[in-house]
Design a protein. Structure first.
Length: 209
């Protein structure tokens, strides 16, 4: 199954198709399992009945006489043999369906893995694209925000690479916090956890498909 060329939306459709196939096979399997349970109960009941009849027929006591004639007993015994003969085929059908259900579950795991990969790769592309769009829309205001944050932090860039790296990281965090605080205070925004964030990106992928 080559999924490397498929989009997120196509993968989602494939996943839905496989899930439905699993549901259909499981329903078919359950119907056969129910038939096996019913047939097994009939076999047990008839087997016990025939055992009692055979014991009664072998007894000389008038108190334990069989309720079936010999012909009826033979007919029921053939019926029992016929029911027992059905079981291997039914059990084989269950095993047959189990094999396909397991294969479908394997396909679904693979599709889900590719969906996760699409979300991950798209997020890596989406983050810089959105950052560029925000910076472009804010223009000089964004540059002024950065300058204000640097002044408020009262930290110089310095000359060594380590200090410059720390300066950049702390400034980036402060700028992001300023923007995030606006959302949390004015709109009640909350940072999404990983699953919610994946869902957000997935919805975006579907929207642009």
């Amino acid at each position: 199954m080559n999924l490397s060329h498929k989009t997120y939306t196509e993968l989602k459709q494939d996943a839905q198709t496989v899930r439905q196939a699993i549901i259909d096979k499981q329903a078919e399997r359950q119907a056969i399992a129910d038939d096996i349970a019913i047939l097994s109960e009939k076999i047990d009941n008839l087997s016990r009945t025939l055992q009692r009849e055979e014991h009664a027929a072998a007894s000389a006591s008038r108190l334990k006489q069989p309720t079936m004639t010999a012909l009826e007993f033979i007919a029921h015994r053939k019926e029992l043999e016929a029911m027992r003969a059905e079981l291997p085929g039914l059990n084989e059908a269950v095993a047959f369906l189990d094999r396909f259900i397991n294969e479908f579950h394997g396909q679904l795991r693979l599709i889900n893995s590719w969906q996760e990969r699409r979300i991950q790769l798209s997020s890596k592309d989406l983050a810089p694209q959105l950052a560029a769009r925000i910076a472009d829309s804010l223009g000089d205001d964004f540059k002024l925000l950065v300058a204000a944050v640097v002044v408020s932090n009262e930290k110089s860039m310095g000359y060594s690479l380590d200090v410059k790296s720390l300066f950049f990281r702390e400034t980036s965090i402060s700028v992001f916090n300023e923007l995030l605080n606006i959302l949390t205070k004015t709109e009640g925004y909350q940072l999404p956890d990983l699953n919610a964030a994946k869902q957000c990106v997935a919805e975006q992928l579907e929207a642009v498909a």
